[in-house]
Design a protein around this ligand. Structure first.
Ligand code: NAP
Length: 285
């Protein structure tokens, strides 16, 4: 049976480390500040925003939540982001995605001051990632890397297959794995015979958004399987992109859904906020 990669436990450990670091600089009176902007009332987004706020409270960070109505004009949202860019109490800005259809997410992301881009989605952050320069990394893929590191699962030399090529997960995930010396293949909806490609992998990262897409016959015996997907079935059950029950007996390690990658995303958002805080406050001298 596979080793269960426990996202709740690792997320807690990462946040405890951040708390320890923050403790050392607390006497300055300054604290990291995160602004989370939610447009509309997508139920999953409401839950995620609530978790982010709670994580800030637990760590003693300053946090602000902006809830805007679905029909908010683009100019108003961009105006709020510009205001937050200028706000010295705020070191990180996260605009919760997806946005309602009339709003252009790329325009919104590009309005965020790259120093405050704690979601790691700004082209500046993505450019730094590809260049192998230090910077703010997209929280979910960085969370996967932190999870692997915690369990001492080194990607070096492994054949890794990332399923999904989104800007938020798949592409930065592939890049981080390349940086960690894995040999990486990226699959997507046009990949032919995807099962055969996945079967080659020592490390599989599924970020597709299709319930239980990855089945046991697609996975090599002893592979490490990381499931980023969060899907709700018709019966209302939360499941990943991986058929956990069938794959767990043949994998060497696997993340559950829920309780796997999800909590890691929050931990890495806190890490990015703390990093952005240090960089902005140090640069102000
Ligand atoms: P996305 O933007 O919809 O991208 C999905 C990717 O999967 C695309 O690249 C798409 O290929 C590929 N894909 C779709 N159907 C496929 C198929 N039949 N065969 C092969 N590839 C297929 O989604 P995302 O934002 O990356 O999110 C992916 C999943 O992760 C979702 O379930 C989401 O809820 C979850 N998620 C979880 C967290 C977390 O914290 N745990 C964070 C973010 C996202 P094309 O490019 O060819 O269309």
């Amino acid at each position: 049976m596979a080793l269960l990669l426990d996202g709740n436990a690792v997320s807690k450990a990462v946040q405890e480390r951040i708390a320890g670091e923050f403790e050392k600089v607390k006497s300055s009176g300054q604290k990291p500040g995160l602004a989370v902007v939610l447009v509309g009332d997508n139920p999953a987004s409401v839950v995620y925003v609530g978790r982010k706020k709670k994580a800030c409270e637990t760590l003693g960070f300053f946090s602000e939540e902006y809830r805007l109505p679905t029909e908010t004009p683009e100019g108003e949202l961009l105006g709020l982001v510009q205001k937050l860019n200028q706000d010295a109490k705020i070191h990180g800005i996260l605009v919760q995605l997806p946005l309602p259809g009339h709003l252009n997410p790329q325009k919104v992301i590009e309005t965020i001051d790259p120093r405050k881009d704690v979601d790691g989605m700004h082209p500046f952050s993505l450019g730094k990632l590809v260049a192998g320069l230090p910077g703010l990394r997209s929280c979910t893929p960085a969370g996967v890397m932190a999870m692997l590191e915690h369990y001492k699962i080194s990607p070096a030399g492994k054949r890794a297959v990332v399923i999904g090529r989104s800007i938020m997960v798949g592409k930065p995930m592939a890049q981080l794995l390349i940086e960690a010396n894995a040999t990486v293949t990226v699959c997507h909806s046009k990949t032919k015979d995807i099962g055969a490609v996945i079967r080659e992998a020592d490390l599989v990262v599924a970020a597709i958004g299709r319930p239980r897409f990855v089945t046991a016959d697609m996975v090599k015996e002893g592979a490490v399987v990381v499931d980023v997907g969060i899907n709700r079935t018709a019966e209302g059950k939360l499941v990943g992109d991986v058929d956990f029950d069938a794959i767990a007996p043949k994998a060497s390690a696997i993340t559950p859904v829920p309780g796997g990658v999800g909590p890691m995303t929050i931990a890495l958002l806190m890490k990015n906020t703390y990093q952005a805080f240090l960089e902005q406050t140090q640069n102000r001298g």
